[in-house]
Design a protein around this ligand. Structure first.
Ligand SMILES: Cc1cc2nc3c(=O)[nH]c(=O)nc-3n(C[C@H](O)[C@H](O)[C@H](O)COP(=O)(O)OP(=O)(O)OC[C@H]3O[C@@H](n4cnc5c(N)ncnc54)[C@H](O)[C@@H]3O)c2cc1C
Length: 470
């Protein structure tokens, strides 16, 4: 028998590592304190729900999920010895932390002569397989995308049959298979309501999206109230859905499209999947970007340090309605729409002139879908320090962004109740109103904490000063 070590692949269908062994498989999950220290209540809560669902599926097949806590390099060799197993399969993770852990596990398995086989599973095209004509990893997305979209994709794989799994007679009180609670792991209950986890919930989200919204995605994806996004980010992060399954379903939607605009919309969605893989390969080849700027000359930037302004940004109390709505959505739902992630990110790094790492850390503490590569790549994009980033002189105007993407202020009013009775045009002119007028129409909502025009100029100067020192 072989073990399959589940990590960010908490699913039974479309799982390359799980399907690989030609002997019966015993599935395993290890709570690794080294990984848990980067956890947060929304994510650990989602993870536990996903594990319940996975364990139930195995039980229904007459098997079970072994659950352990400890360092994988200690736990796995000892289980292999205890069960007299041939070896273990796992699917690759691409962050530096994961790679160092996997190297330690491989070494510990070598010392007991146990076998291990590893698989590329979480992306359609693994880091290193899409390169420039000179053989280098891409740092410009449009070229990466062109090759990514032209390449043939692997087909989804079925879930294992009961005969592929080791029989286990499991009951709920069995320690080997019991899952810890959030409290056991040292986490509070999340404040936000977390999306339901597991393969069925993820599949439902995919089906709902591909049955309709995918055809409006290109036009509507930037409008937070238009309900045109897939909400699959936490599923792709934890692998409660397989990427081959997602891609195949989008191809089916492509076949069902009625016209060119709908086909382009499906392609716009596939392009976002490619952004995820672009950032995965950026972190894989440049593990230092997790803490450092991708563009090293940007290390000269003299970011502003201002704890008070940072706190107002975190609390959604900046007096810029679209920024505050986004930040409050994050707290309330452990999620934020992509358009507002861009707006609040730009506001932090340009209007407040603060280091993108302050934003990265706050998002990591709250997001259910936090993913090192995607979060880092996007923060470095808005902060103008990353690969293929937003040029530093192109600064989002938080007021016109709100007016454009939330014209009726529906999104703003949903998350900023102080503005619920204010007319949309007044909300979008909030920075131009007099203090008296602001006090009259929404006395509990703050005046803008900074002047956007002034800060925009200072931010550009800050970047130019750093470049001057190149
Ligand atoms: C500052 C900032 C931080 C971000 N942090 C994260 C993060 O921690 N985890 C994360 O998954 N995404 C992150 N994103 C990207 C994006 O905002 C989310 O993937 C998206 O909002 C999730 O909603 P969805 O699943 O409905 O996306 P959809 O629009 O339906 O897109 C489908 C999938 O494509 C991928 N995707 C979409 N946009 C991007 C993008 N810009 N970069 C990389 N992948 C993308 C995601 O896997 C997403 O689930 C961040 C963006 C910004 C601007």
């Amino acid at each position: 028998m072989w073990f399959h070590w589940h990590r960010r692949d908490l699913r039974e269908p479309d799982n390359r590592g799980l399907a690989a062994a030609d002997e019966p498989v015993l599935p395993l999950f290890v709570f690794d304190p080294n990984v848990l220290k980067y956890g947060a209540p929304p994510r650990v809560s989602f993870l536990l729900d996903a594990l319940v669902s996975l364990r139930n599926w195995y039980r229904n097949q007459g098997s079970g999920l072994i659950v352990k806590k400890g360092s994988p390099e200690d736990v796995i060799p000892s289980l292999i010895t205890e069960y007299d197993a041939t070896g273990v399969t796992w699917n690759h993770n691409y962050s530096g932390l994961a790679q160092r852990r996997d190297e330690r596990v491989a070494k510990s398995l070598d010392t007991i002569d146990a076998a291990y086989d590893t698989y590329h599973d979480g992306v359609l095209h693994e880091p290193g397989t899409i390169r420039t004509n000179d053989g280098k990893p891409y740092s410009v997305f449009s070229y990466f995308w062109k090759k990514w979209t032209d390449r043939e994709k692997r087909a989804p794989i079925s879930a294992p049959d009961p005969a592929d799994l080791v029989d286990q007679d499991v009951n709920n009180s069995d320690d080997t298979h019991s899952l810890p609670t959030l409290d056991d792991l040292g986490f509070d209950e999340p404040v936000a309501e977390i999306p339901s986890a597991g393969t069925e919930a993820a599949r439902n989200r995919l089906e709902t999206f591909c049955d309709g919204p995918i055809y409006r995605y290109d036009e509507d994806r930037d409008y937070p109230t238009r309900d045109s996004i897939s909400r699959l980010s936490q599923d792709l992060k934890y692998g409660t859905i397989g990427i081959r399954d997602v891609y195949a379903r989008t191809e089916a939607a492509m076949d069902d499209a009625d016209n060119e605009a709908e086909r382009e919309s499906v392609e716009a969605y596939q392009r976002q999947l490619a952004w995820r893989e672009f950032y995965t390969q950026i972190v894989y080849f440049n593990p230092n970007v997790v803490t450092e700027n991708y563009k090293t000359y940007e290390n000269e930037i003299q970011w502003r340090d201002d704890d008070e302004e940072l706190q107002l940004w975190k609390d959604g109390e900046t007096g810029y309605p679209m920024v505050d709505a986004g930040m409050r959505q994050l707290r309330a739902e452990a999620f934020m729409h992509n358009r507002t992630r861009l707006i609040v990110g730009s506001f932090l790094t340009k209007d407040l002139m603060q280091d993108w790492r302050n934003g990265y850390n706050w998002f990591r503490a709250l997001l259910v879908d936090h993913d090192t590569a995607s979060e880092n790549g996007n923060w470095q994009w808005v902060g103008s320090t990353g690969a293929d980033a937003q040029p530093y002189f192109r600064v989002f105007n938080p007021m016109t962004q709100g007016e454009r993407y939330d014209p009726d202020a529906k999104y703003i009013k949903q998350y900023v109740p102080e503005l619920r009775d204010v007319a949309p045009d007044k909300i979008h002119q909030w920075h131009e109103l007099s203090d008296d007028e602001r006090n009259e129409i929404a006395p509990d909502y703050p005046a803008p904490i900074v002047d956007h025009k002034e800060r925009r100029e200072r931010a550009i100067e800050m970047f130019e000063a750093a470049r001057g020192k190149e």
